[in-house]
Design a protein around this ligand. Structure first.
Ligand SMILES: Nc1ncnc2c1ncn2[C@@H]1O[C@H](COP(=O)(O)OP(=O)(O)OP(=O)(O)O)[C@@H](O)[C@H]1O
Length: 383
C-alpha cells in the first residue's frame, strides 16, 4: 500500500453572506449576515503518485478546496495533512508581485513555496522556455495578460521538483498550443510518480490525466471513484440541471438546441460501430444556404474531426440535422463537441462551444488515434 500524501477529514469552510446576497465583510461590516458553507464535511485521501481530478458545477467548492490544501485560507473545522513539498497554481496572479519583472517573480514565487534558490537558478532557463515568455521576462508582470500569468505560473510550478502539485483551471486560460503542452507536461509529471490535484471543467482532460476523480456538489463530496464513472455521474447531474446548449453564442436567426449521439441500434457509441448524430435547432425564419458543422475536439483543444452537413434551407421552426456515419473511427475516450450553423460564405449564425461531451466506448481495437478502414492483399513478385 503506497504512502498517503494528502488527507482531508471532515473539512468545512464557510463565508459570511449579507442578506442582500453580497459575500464577504462589506465596507463597514454593517447589515445582517449569515454563514454560507462553501465546503461541508469534506473528506478524502490522495495516495503518493496519484492524479486526482476535482470536478463539479460552478460554486461547488473546488477552488475553496484547493485554497485550503495550499494553505491560502484555513478551514472552520476539520483536519488537513499534507506530506511533502507542495506547489500550487490557484488564482491568476496569486503569488506574483505586479511591480516586479517576470524574472524576479519566478524567484519570488518559488521562494513562497520554499524552493531553494539554487534549484530555481538551475531550472530558470527551462522555466522561461516552457512559458514561451522569453521576450517579456524582464517586463513587470502587471503588464501581463491573464494567459501570460498562467503560462509563467504553470512553468514555475511544473518545472520545479514539488512532491505535490495543485492545479486549478490551468487549461482554461492558455491558448491552444500552450494547453496542449500543459497536458503533455501534466502527463509527464504523473508518470514521474508525483502527486497531482487537477481542478478543471475540461472533463476530457480530467479523464485523460487522472487516476481518480472527486465530484463536488454544493460543497459536499457527491462521488469519489474512477474517472469514467464519476464523469458520467457528473454529466447525469448536469443534464438534469442545465438542459440544452450551455455556452451558446447565438446569432438571433437560428438557435442551436442540443446534440445527441446514438451507436448501433441506439446503443452507446463504440469504435467501429455506426454512429448517428442529431443536431436540434430552432430557426426564427427560413435560413438559406445553411451548413451545420459538428466539431469533435480532443482533450488538448484541437479539432479531431468534423461532420459537415450538405448545404440546405432550414425551414422556420424547430428541426434537426441528422448525420449518419457508417463507422465511428475515433479511438475510445471522452471528447467535447462544438456546434456551428453558418450560411452563405461561412457567415456564422449560431455557435455553441462545448455543446456536449462525446464518449466513445471501446469497440474495435485501435492502435493510434483513428481506425482507417482498410483491406490487404498479397501480391506475388512479378505481378
Ligand atoms: N472569498 C469568498 N467570500 C465569499 N464567498 C466565497 C468566497 N470564495 C468563494 N465563495 C463562495 O463559495 C462557493 C464555492 O466557491 P468556489 O470558488 O470554491 O467554487 P468552484 O467550484 O471553484 O466554482 P467555479 O467552477 O465557478 O470555479 C461559491 O458559492 C462562492 O461564491
Amino acid at each position: 500500500m503506497s504512502a498517503v500524501d494528502i488527507v482531508a477529514r471532515n473539512v468545512s469552510k464557510s463565508y459570511r453572506v449579507h442578506h442582500d446576497g453580497r459575500r464577504g465583510r462589506g465596507l463597514f461590516g454593517s447589515g445582517t449576515t449569515e454563514r454560507f458553507w462553501a465546503l461541508k464535511n469534506v473528506g478524502f485521501e490522495v495516495r503518493r503518485g496519484e492524479a486526482l481530478g476535482v470536478v463539479g458545477p460552478n460554486g461547488s467548492g473546488k477552488t475553496t478546496l484547493i485554497k485550503l490544501l495550499a494553505r491560502i485560507t484555513s478551514p472552520d473545522s476539520g483536519q488537513i495533512s499534507i506530506a511533502g513539498r507542495l506547489m500550487s497554481l490557484v488564482e491568476v496572479g496569486a503569488g506574483f508581485h505586479p511591480e516586479l519583472s517576470g524574472r524576479d517573480n519566478v524567484f519570488l514565487n518559488a521562494a513562497i513555496f520554499g524552493v531553494p534558490v539554487e534549484q530555481v537558478r538551475k531550472r530558470f532557463d527551462h522555466i522561461v522556455e516552457f512559458s514561451g515568455l522569453a521576450d517579456f521576462i524582464d517586463a513587470p508582470v502587471k503588464t501581463y495578460s491573464s494567459g501570460m500569468f498562467v503560462r509563467l505560473g504553470f512553468a514555475v510550478a511544473s518545472q520545479l521538483d514539488a512532491d505535490i502539485l495543485l492545479l486549478d483551471e490551468v487549461l482554461a486560460v492558455g491558448d491552444l498550443a500552450f494547453q496542449a503542452r500543459c497536458i503533455d507536461r501534466i502527463a509527464e509529471i504523473r508518470r514521474s510518480g508525483r502527486t497531482i490535484l487537477l481542478v478543471s471543467h475540461d472533463l476530457a482532460a480530467v479523464e485523460l490525466l487522472c487516476d481518480r476523480v472527486l465530484l463536488l456538489a454544493s460543497g459536499k463530496v457527491a462521488g469519489d471513484g474512477g474517472p469514467v464513472e464519476m464523469i458520467e455521474r457528473y454529466q447525469a447531474m448536469a443534464a438534469t440541471s442545465a438542459p440544452g446548449c450551455g455556452s451558446a453564442v447565438q446569432g438571433g436567426v437560428a438557435t442551436l438546441e442540443g446534440v445527441s449521439f446514438a451507436g448501433r441500434d441506439g446503443a452507446r457509441p463504440r469504435t467501429g460501430d455506426p454512429l448517428t448524430v442529431r443536431v436540434n435547432y430552432h430557426a426564427l425564419s427560413a435560413v438559406d444556404d445553411a451548413v451545420v458543422t459538428v466539431s469533435f475536439i480532443w482533450p488538448s483543444g484541437y479539432i479531431c474531426t468534423e461532420l459537415v452537413s450538405s448545404t440546405s434551407t432550414l425551414a422556420a421552426g424547430h428541426g434537426s440535422i441528422v448525420f449518419d456515419c457508417p463507422m465511428l473511427a475515433m479511438q475510445r475516450g471522452l471528447y467535447t463537441v462544438d456546434l456551428t450553423v453558418s450560411a452563405g460564405a461561412g457567415r456564422v449564425l449560431a455557435k455553441c462551444v462545448r455543446a456536449a461531451p462525446f464518449r466513445v466506448d471501446p469497440g474495435l481495437v485501435v492502435h493510434g488515434d483513428f481506425h482507417m478502414t482498410h483491406s490487404s492483399r498479397l501480391e506475388p513478385a512479378g505481378t
